[in-house]
Design a protein around this ligand. Structure first.
Ligand SMILES: Cc1cc2nc3c(=O)[nH]c(=O)nc-3n(C[C@H](O)[C@H](O)[C@H](O)COP(=O)(O)OP(=O)(O)OC[C@H]3O[C@@H](n4cnc5c(N)ncnc54)[C@H](O)[C@@H]3O)c2cc1C
Length: 371
């Protein structure tokens, strides 16, 4: 039995704690924030979790603890280009009951924490930080003064990972110069349980349905556009109406916020066998295809499948993450391009992708199946 310390009990760190405990290890989770406490209404931070990883999370026990009001299954996903070509992927294309779920980040994290609390091999320490890293001695000092010895330290502490910093692991990446605006709205008429995305030159806009009467509207634009639009709620409501009313009718703006878009990839995923990075601590990607936390879950599953072979873990995960990052960039730049050749290429690709076999390949890629 090894003792793992996981810095960061977000969705990835908390899932890693459960999976490592199920494999017979002792785990201590350290998180700087207080214990997650979801509110009554849908928060803005929502993730699409693909069916492959959702099934795995259910096997870890989240089905027993999650607030199912904050889980919205989806069966269909459609994409429309600026020239009006449309492509839909449905669960039936992949012989699945659903493609995945939209789940509130806070609720998923809280459900994982509740499972962890019931597990005698896991100890959760909220509102605590690692004050000192003694990596050679495999020893940590926590903010409360406690000293912790470990066999393996996992950095699942997000894009500003303190573990990566302590291990002097650098990153390669860039800022896309865009922000993603998220707005939860109350609908005046019901809409289909379909998630869709429309591409236009300034960046895509998309919708995630949240039950019968709410939806999350997503609008990607330049930093300056988002700054101008979100100066006050009235200006933003008008801009969102212009974009979305044709699709969903009238709506009332409930809450909104925007997030910077970055691409960041750790130069290493581990330092020896005793320090490993997972989730956003290892990679942050453009969220336009909802792959970020899914990549983090794939990290956890791959690490366990590699059974301590950290070299293999790094090779396999870096390869998959790079592939996904390239795909995101292709979508980001390709769909915005006004170049006629690029438009023609997209048209041809869309025609090709209407084939069931190719759709199956795309869905398999998006499901990030772990061998
Ligand atoms: C707008 C937007 C939309 C997105 N939509 C999707 C989507 O639909 N599907 C998808 O798969 N992904 C999506 N993502 C990406 C997804 O949100 C992230 O990949 C995911 O949250 C990463 O989880 P994580 O647990 O690795 O890190 P985080 O969620 O960042 O969690 C890190 C945890 O570590 C803790 N922590 C941080 N620093 C310290 C420290 N120094 N000491 C101790 N604890 C610390 C934090 O409190 C937190 O609990 C989206 C991202 C954005 C910006």
């Amino acid at each position: 039995m090894k003792h793992y310390v996981i810095n960061g009990g977000g969705m990835v760190g908390a899932a890693a704690a459960l999976a490592l405990s199920r494999a017979g290890n002792r785990v201590t989770v350290v998180d700087a924030q207080a214990q997650p406490a979801p509110g009554e209404h849908w928060d803005l931070r929502i993730s699409s979790v693909n069916q492959n990883h959702w099934q795995w999370l259910l096997e870890l026990g989240v089905g027993e603890t999650i607030d199912w009001h904050k889980v919205q299954p989806y069966q269909q996903l459609s994409v429309t280009t600026q020239t009006g070509d449309e492509l839909s992927f449905s669960a039936a294309d992949a012989d699945l009951e659903q493609l995945g779920v939209m789940v509130e980040n806070n609720s998923l994290q809280a459900a994982l924490w509740q499972c962890a609390e019931a597990d005698s091999r896991i100890r959760l320490t909220a509102a605590t930080r690692i004050e000192q890293f003694h990596l050679t001695q495999q020893r940590l000092q926590l903010s409360g003064g406690e000293t912790l010895d470990y066999d393996v330290l996992i950095g699942a502490d997000g894009a500003q990972s303190a573990v990566a910093r302590a291990a002097a692991i650098g990153y390669r990446g860039w800022d896309y110069g865009q922000r993603c605006l998220l707005a939860n709205v109350k609908l005046q008429r019901p809409i289909a349980a379909t998630t869709w995305e429309v591409f236009r030159p300034q960046g895509p806009y998309a919708l995630l349905p949240l039950g019968d009467s709410e939806a999350c509207l997503i609008d990607y634009r330049s930093n300056s556009d988002i700054k101008a639009l979100s100066q006050n709620a009235d200006t933003l409501q008008r801009a969102l109406q212009e974009t979305f009313a044709a699709h969903i009718g009238d709506f009332e703006l409930l809450r909104y916020a925007s997030f910077a878009l970055q691409r960041k990839h750790a130069l290493r995923y581990h330092r020896g066998e005793t320090l490993v990075l997972m989730g956003d601590a290892a990679h942050t990607i453009h969220p336009l295809a909802g792959q970020g936390v899914n990549l983090g879950f794939a990290d956890v599953r791959c690490y366990l499948a590699c059974d301590g072979d950290v070299g293999r873990y790094q090779r396999e995960r870096a390869r998959d993450v790079q592939r996904t990052m390239r795909a995101m960039d292709l979508i980001h730049w390709g769909f915005r391009s006004q170049n006629p050749l690029c438009q023609l290429g997209l048209k041809a690709a869309f025609r090709g992708l209407s084939s069931t076999w190719l759709k199956q390949q795309v869905i398999d890629f998006a499901m990030q199946k772990v061998e």
